[in-house]
Structure formats: structure tokens, C-alpha cells
Design a protein around this ligand. Structure first.
Ligand SMILES: [Zn+2]
Length: 137
């Protein structure tokens, strides 16, 4: 609002320097799960950074992954108000991330289980979770 007209549809290529996590959560709150992919080496990574952890390039762009993944490891966190899982999940695109597998009993989550990403709107903000394939609501 300082006289310089910002182009609404312009690509936000420079936004990566402003904080990759900010860019990530901004997309998530729009119900979009996006991760960076490197234009130089073609690999994805997560958690988002401004420099490719594989080759050091800054030529990153944001893409929507398939959301498919498999459980690499799972831990059940026991709480009085309900147990939940903390899992390491391997995305089909390669990156490994930490999340929860929901919609089934925590004890039923097992290594190698195919899962699908879903964004849950919680009071605290959007949360990326995973549900077992076949349990799509
Ligand atoms: Zn790279």
C-alpha cells in the first residue's frame, strides 16, 4: 500500500528467502500440503529450507506431493486424555518427516503401513496428519 502496485498473480519466487517454514505453514493454512523441490537436482526435501540439503542449490520451487507415504517407525505416546502416535513417515517423493497416523488405534499402526496425508484444522492451527490407505473418510 505504498504506491507500488503488487501483481496479485505474480509468482512468489523471492518468497523462499523470507522463511521456508512461513511459506510452508501459509500453504497449510490454505489446506495445501506443499514441499520444496530442487530445480537443480530434482530432489524433494522436508522440513522446508531455503537451500537444497542435497546439492546446496537455492533454485527451489514448491510442489504438491502425492501425499502418499509409508510408516518408517512408530511410537505410541500414552496420555490420560488419549494415546496417539508419533511416527516417522517416508513420503513417496523421498523426504522423511515426523507426524501422526490417525483414524485407527495407535497400537494398530505398523512399520511399512501405506498412508495418505491429510490436513486437519485444529484450534491451534492446521496440522498435517496421515491416515492409513483404505481409511479415507
Ligand atoms: Zn538440489
Amino acid at each position: 500500500m505504498h504506491g507500488t502496485a503488487s501483481k496479485p498473480g505474480a509468482p512468489a519466487a523471492q518468497a523462499d528467502t523470507r522463511g521456508a517454514d512461513e511459506r510452508y505453514f501459509s500453504a497449510l493454512s490454505d489446506n495445501r500440503f506443499e514441499i520444496p523441490q530442487c530445480d537443480n537436482c530434482g530432489r524433494h526435501h522436508f522440513f522446508p529450507r531455503v537451500v537444497c540439503p542435497h546439492c546446496g542449490s537455492t533454485a527451489l520451487r514448491w510442489v504438491t506431493p502425492s501425499g502418499r507415504g509409508t510408516v518408517y517407525s512408530t511410537t505410541v505416546v500414552r496420555r490420560p486424555d488419549g494415546d496417539y502416535t508419533v511416527c516417522l513417515l517416508d513420503l513417496a517423493e523421498g523426504p522423511r518427516l515426523m507426524s501422526r497416523v490417525v483414524e485407527i488405534a495407535p497400537d494398530a499402526v505398523h512399520i511399512g503401513m501405506p498412508v495418505q496425508a491429510r490436513i486437519d484444522a485444529l484450534e491451534s492451527g492446521p496440522l498435517l496428519v496421515f491416515i492409513p490407505l483404505g481409511h479415507l473418510a
